[in-house]
Design a binder for this molecule. Sequence first.
Ligand SMILES: Cc1ncc(COP(=O)(O)O)c(C=O)c1O
Length: 282
Amino acid sequence: LALAIQNDRTFWIGDELNHNCIIRAMRIASVPRENKAIYAHNDLDQLKACIEKVPAGIDRVVVIFDGVFSMRGDTAPIARIHEVLAPHRERFADGLITVVDDSHGVGAFGATGRGTEEYAGERADVIVGTFGKAFGVNGGFVASSASLIEAVRQKSDTYIYTNPLSVADCAAAQVAVDITDSEEGRQRLRHLHARIAQFREGLASLGLESIEGPHPVVPLLVRDTQRTRDVVRGFFERGVLVVGLTFPVVPKGSETIRFQVNAAHTEPDIDHVLGILAELVR
Ligand SMILES: Cc1ncc(COP(=O)(O)O)c(C=O)c1O
């Protein structure tokens, strides 16, 4: 996507906690430093300042953010982002577009699994995502207007000069999308959302620190590298896989254990994990 829309009159604005693939994409597309601005995580005052300071000579602005921030499980407030951008919509000859990377949202989030847009009640102009999470396959997608997709097909050499997804992957992704968009899928989502609520309530009643949000990514803030490692090992020894994020992946003091609840987890599974937490994290 970045290769398709980048030129020297394009300016990019992104959330500081954007996923690494967004940062890499801008490097691959050779976006110069002076054509980029970053706002503090979900800080709409800073976003407003960034858009107001876009220099003269820019024809297109791209505002890009994760839908669900993968390390934290919190979400981009798409409707409020659009409110901040609204006064600037007509300012640029080639437009002002929002792009959401909803890799963690699509398939798992929102009442029918349509992701952060459904949760926020507002659509971005472009949505990119993966089939590798909720859908359990490989590969990913860009969804937008026909003209933008055509530009991606014609101009993105990382897309053109690589093998396409295999037929089997595409077929599996299609079936996964169909299941999500069926009564069976909605039933699984209701179950998933109930398990997330159960887990979050359990964390709260144990007095443990998390980041608010209804997403399956549930962080437990441990704030100490050694303690994080000990708890992750304790879970592993008890047959539960959880992911520790320690320095230098996250700054010192932000060490976190990332739990990911999924639709296959049962009520007793969640109670089991909460029981281990009560034992390990006191
Ligand atoms: C926000 C976000 N974007 C992109 C990716 C990468 O997805 P893929 O491995 O399908 O490229 C991930 C997950 O690792 C992610 O969390």
